[in-house]
Design a protein around this ligand. Structure first.
Ligand code: DHB
Length: 389
């Protein structure tokens, strides 16, 4: 087999890249070790930046999104017993917060690729990259046979635990990492929304977040210990904590049957550079953010926007300049996303070793954010998404 761009990973980065390349007349083949049903059913993030929505719409895959997503003006910050609305639409000149689950984005992209005759090889195992220096190929097991996919370029879109990153010689990669002394306990709940927009709550008992998936299904998160297991959290304990952390006068938390429990790890990670010869990393394969602020998927989208444009310049004009600048160009924005995700995380969570001073300082920062138009606007412009590079 041969294609122009071999893509490892059918997540947001890999699928959107393949679609954007197709619109430019560039061929690609995607391989993923998971099956289509698993990819389309795995519940992940839910918040899209305005630029992500615009890009999906311009690329012709925003039709269902326009019909089914929730469009919010902003978010609520709840702390010290009070609730404060951050009106992001007003603060950013019209940009909105779009709630449209990641797996729905993936369903739309998979359908678009398959309808256009694109190739996605699901359940492709034992992926190995060969000769990314000069004559790249992706070798894998598929349908009981070993397959060899020769390509001009390889896009490593296989997530933080994927194999593509390791195809760059270790000596050439700088790794920047930060761990956090907490994690999120996430649940899906059969209930109506408790609030018209997302609630980010900072409480002495820890952080809580009320998000939504549909009019009848809600996503809620609680700060927990990173060593906690799903079995440690009986339903009663979850509701006690959620009620305590989100309490506000006259407001009622809508409860219901819990249909999923997961522990979401928290770390910040960047690998630099994001490219080596004919291999380009995109999304979580190159960088990971803690979930507060919902930047992960959006950073992946920005990466493949840069990569698809660089590949287009190469194939149209033989011009390699944008390809050579890929990593530098992406990382400028990636680091701003890292900074924001770190800031939202430390603003809203209680750290294990926090002193009384740290607590007071955090409260002062929250009060500053909700009382200063400049500080609210800084939160808003990052949350709805900084401009693409
Ligand atoms: C969701 C996740 C986030 O990290 C966030 O900041 C907001 C919402 C969610 O899963 O809905």
């Amino acid at each position: 087999m041969r294609t122009q761009v071999g893509i490892v990973g059918a997540g947001p980065a890999g699928l959107l890249l393949s679609h954007l390349l197709h619109l430019q007349g560039i061929e690609s083949i995607i391989v993923d070790n998971r099956g289509r049903a698993e990819i389309e059913a795995t519940i992940r993030a839910g918040v899209l930046e305005q630029g992500t929505v615009d890009l999906l719409t311009e690329a012709g895959v925003g039709e269902r999104l326009a019909r089914e997503a929730f469009f919010h003006r902003g978010i609520y910050l709840r702390f010290g017993g009070g609730t404060h609305h951050i009106d992001m639409q007003a603060l950013t000149g019209g940009k909105r917060v779009t709630i449209y689950p990641q797996h729905e984005v993936l369903r739309d992209l998979i359908r678009a690729r398959l309808d256009a005759g694109g190739t996605i090889l699901f359940e492709a195992n034992d992926v190995v990259l060969e000769d990314v220096d000069a004559d790249p190929a992706i070798v894998f097991r598929h349908g009981g046979k070993t397959q060899h996919l020769a390509c001009d370029f390889i896009a490593g879109c296989d997530g933080s635990h994927g194999t593509c990153r390791s195809a760059i010689p270790q000596a050439l990669v700088a790794r920047y990492e930060r761990a956090y002394p907490f994690a999120w306990f996430g649940i899906l709940v059969e209930a109506p929304p408790s609030s018209d927009e997302l609630v980010y709550a900072s409480h002495p008992r820890g952080f809580a977040l009320l998000s939504t998936r549909s009019p009848t299904l809600q996503r809620m998160y609680l700060q927990c210990d990173p060593h906690d297991r799903v079995e440690d959290w009986a339903d009663d304990r979850i509701w006690d904590e959620l009620r305590a952390r989100t309490a506000s006068d006259g407001w009622v938390l809508e409860e219901g049957r819990i249909t999923q429990k997961i522990v979401v790890g928290m770390r910040s990670f960047v690998a630099e550079p994001m490219q080596h010869r004919r291999l380009f990393l995109a999304g979580d394969a190159a960088h990971v953010v803690p979930p507060t602020g919902a930047k992960g998927l959006n950073l992946a989208v920005a990466d493949v926007r840069v990569l698809s444009r660089a590949l287009e310049r190469f194939y149209a004009r033989g011009d390699r300049a944008a390809l050579e600048d890929y990593s530098r160009s992406c990382l400028r924005r990636v680091w701003k996303g890292q900074r924001f995700s770190w800031w939202m995380t430390t603003l809203l969570h209680r750290g294990a070793g926090d002193s009384a001073f740290d607590e007071r300082r955090r409260l002062a920062e929250l009060e500053y954010v909700v009382s200063s138009r400049h500080a609210s606007a800084a939160l808003a412009e990052n949350y709805v998404g900084l401009p693409f590079e």
